[in-house]
Design a protein around this ligand. Sequence first.
Ligand SMILES: [Cu+2]
Length: 123
Amino acid sequence: MRLSPILVAASIITATLVSAPASAKLQASALPVITITATAEQKFSPNHIVLHLKKKQTLHFVSLGGVHGVESKDLGIPATMIQPDKPVSVSVMPTKLGSYTLPCTIVCGAGHAEMALQIDVKK
Ligand SMILES: [Cu+2]
């Protein structure tokens, strides 16, 4: 996946503002943080990301409206609530190649049934 330098910089700045010391340490050697926004229209933006096998990566979730959630047992992402004004970061290190669909886990509105984040794990 190609990220614009501006997006990457914004992601890093956002993550730095909320990061705990442990995640700050992680970032030093990790890939750029990927920020995923849950919109007020019940969509993840972006709704499709790529992670790399056995590479630790931080996903930073933000809600612009409503309460949403993600979880993936396959990817080791714990049940995570995404609330307005409470950005949350999750560290993930995929161990299996594949394509994973993470439906929103919290009933959030009219678009909830279609709200999903797709994560492709590549080499
Ligand atoms: Cu939902």
